[in-house]
Design a protein around this ligand. Structure first.
Ligand code: CDP
Ligand code: CDP
Length: 207
């Protein structure tokens, strides 16, 4: 009997991991979880309700994950702040582990999928790009929501978030030893998708 496929995508903000993960999930007909949304929802709910972030993490509903507010700049910043709190990570951990290990297999993207949530993943990709390239990509997304936002503000956000995510003690952003590195700095989205497909296929076959 073949083992279920678990495919882990990790990497810093706007590296392209979410786009690549959702394409691979569709290719292999696997359920997909954007784990960053869980941290965005916890930070947002804690802010809106004025409650403890770990309590907020326990009150996330599927409807909340569709809230447009989670896509904004503030939600990303708040997510990274609450993600450094061990009680928040603990509250969200089992759901992610169960999602990754469901019988069908799964694709997840985040910061600690290959290191903490699914160290047993069939294939792990660590997706990255230079801070400037990532800031350009993220600025293009966010300026549609806030036309006054500048590239420099987004670059500053990205640098702060990178440092916080990599520097925290609990489940920091880091490449798993057995993860495959995919640097998308010089790749457009189509080329990045082709590179991810090739790396996954080498490890998993066509399934
Ligand atoms: O899309 P982007 O990479 O900008 O952010 P995200 O994946 O939505 O994650 C937002 C924040 O949540 C990150 O900056 C991390 O601090 C945190 N996060 C985490 O700690 N662990 C995860 N598995 C996913 C996100
Ligand atoms: O999930 P993550 O924050 O890592 O990034 P994303 O949301 O997948 O990608 C951020 C933006 O960069 C999206 O608009 C992608 O289409 C774009 N992108 C790109 O232009 N070129 C790449 N090689 C990868 C992503």
């Amino acid at each position: 009997m073949t083992q279920p496929l678990i495919i882990a995508f990790d990497g810093p903000a706007a590296s392209g991991k979410g786009t690549l993960a959702s394409v691979i999930a569709a290719d292999y007909s696997l359920p997909f979880l954007d784990t960053g949304l869980l941290y965005r929802a916890a930070g947002h709910l804690a802010h809106v309700l004025g409650i403890d972030p770990a309590q907020a993490a326990q009150r996330i509903t599927p409807e909340l994950l569709n809230d447009e507010a989670l896509r904004g700049r503030e939600a990303g910043e708040r997510a990274s702040q609450v993600a450094a709190i061990p009680a928040v990570r603990a509250a969200l951990k089992q759901f992610q582990i169960d999602f990754a290990h469901q019988p069908s297999g799964a694709v997840l993207d985040g910061r600690d999928i290959g290191t903490v949530i699914a160290p047993d993943a069939t294939v792990k990709l660590f997706v990255t790009a230079t801070p400037e390239i990532r800031a350009e990509r993220r600025w293009k997304q966010l300026v549609k929501l806030n036309p006054a936002l500048t590239f420099d503000e987004v670059l500053s956000d990205i640098r702060i978030r990178d440092a916080r995510d990599s520097g925290r003690a609990d489940a920091p952003l880091e490449k798993a030893g057995d993860a495959l590195l995919l640097d998308t700095s010089d790749l457009g989205i189509e080329a990045a998708i082709a590179a991810a497909r090739s790396l996954v296929k080498d490890r998993c076959g066509d399934n």
